[in-house]
Write a protein of this length. Structure first.
Length: 104
């Protein structure tokens, strides 16, 4: 398993809505993530800035990257676009982070 982390941003006026939508994550989106090798997926919010810290494990990075091409992921991005900073394709602006320490 490889651990991945990234930083995104949610607009302050949508903190509660962002959290609600994730608590009600569509079953087909959950299953797609699992089908593409994702586990231990967490997102944390820094309320002072709106920064989101996402952390997940993937079985295979190349397989995981294919999630973005699925219809359900495209639909999720459209659903979440008004709440977040996004790219032209509606994907969240996501800055990858490098792991510098891990204690097992």
């Amino acid at each position: 398993m490889k651990r991945l982390a990234s930083v995104m941003k949610v607009h302050k006026e949508f903190y509660e809505e962002y959290e609600r939508r994730h608590h009600e994550l569509w079953p087909e989106m959950k299953q797609t993530l699992k089908d593409y090798g994702v586990s231990h997926y967490s997102i944390f919010l820094l309320k002072e800035t709106g920064q989101l810290f996402a952390y997940l494990w993937v079985k295979d990075e190349q397989l995981y990257e294919q999630v973005a091409q699925t219809d359900i992921c495209q639909k999720w991005w459209t659903y979440m676009e008004p709440l977040m900073e996004t790219n032209a394709d509606r994907s969240p602006v996501s800055i990858e982070m490098s792991e510098v320490f891990y204690l097992e």
